[in-house]
Ligand binder design. Sequence first.
Ligand SMILES: NC(=O)c1ccc[n+]([C@@H]2O[C@H](COP(=O)([O-])OP(=O)(O)OC[C@H]3O[C@@H](n4cnc5c(N)ncnc54)[C@H](O)[C@@H]3O)[C@@H](O)[C@H]2O)c1
Length: 308
Amino acid sequence: MSLKVLVIGSEGQIGTELCLELEKRDDVVLYRADIRILTNSERRLYRLDATDQRGIKQLISDLQIDEVYLMAALLSAKGEENPKLAWDLNMNSLLHLLDLAKEGFYKKLFWPSSIAVFGPDSPKVNTPQNTTINPSTVYGISKRSGEFWCDYYFNKYGVDVRSIRYPGLISHATEPGGGTTDYSVAIVKEALKIGNYTSYLKGDTILPMLFMPDAIKATLALMDAPKDSITIRTSYNLGGFETSPELMAHSIRRFIPSFEISYSIDFRQEIADSWPQSINDENAIADWRFEVEYDLDQTVEAMIEALK
Ligand SMILES: NC(=O)c1ccc[n+]([C@@H]2O[C@H](COP(=O)([O-])OP(=O)(O)OC[C@H]3O[C@@H](n4cnc5c(N)ncnc54)[C@H](O)[C@@H]3O)[C@@H](O)[C@H]2O)c1
């Protein structure tokens, strides 16, 4: 029997590549929903506002959806520019979806959190799953609150909701949507286009990152895992590799030796300074066998290859 899967926020940086992978599965019938597309039901595309509770309920019940991936959100940098909108979108979309799962409209939810839950008081290196977590951005506050809601709905109502704290994600298919780690995509694009890049983060700002194929593989591994192997219902830590603008520039110079980087630091530095440099993801490894395939150099090489 086929599985009816709905991706909300399907046209974003993660949604695009997640849909490509889901489409390869013979047992999946994929439906995409996003606020920036027009409905074309023959192509299984639906214009949907993730804050519209009635609209989501209607779509899920009309299509008889089994699983939902909720990717619509306002990211860290955009969230700081519009805190109320970030809270409204990030929280209410999740609460609507949790309620619909609780009421039996569909069976399983994936909702992404972020390393932005960690704040300036959290340990910076090998940051544990459970530690001091005091986020300092509205994005981080919304993600941490969302994690608690997921755990609450699982414990209280048995809602099968699964979540990952993604690090910064590097990809070439779709432009990133306004996060603090967006430089990691722009630096490779600008290197190829004009041979230089002006970074809004200081050269030595180290953050955890992951290449998109590894992030999608992790997401599907978590969703495919047997229910009783999931021991964390807030959100799983996920690392990858640690990099900085300087380290990325160094890696890019293996292919473009004349590449130059300069700096014009903006408000995103403060956000980056509040986040971990590396993540302890031993729970993801133990519970659903998370494995990183791409390190920094392999990611840069794959990015350059794809963008050329
Ligand atoms: N990209 C990253 O590096 C990263 C890191 C950590 C966590 N995340 C999380 O992963 C999820 C997806 O991130 P992304 O990078 O793909 O974001 P994105 O901004 O690239 O994509 C979000 C998509 O949601 C859509 N959208 C926005 N408002 C909507 C609404 N009201 N209704 C329906 N759709 C709406 C947008 O049109 C866009 O296509 C988010 O929850 C984000 O917080 C992303």
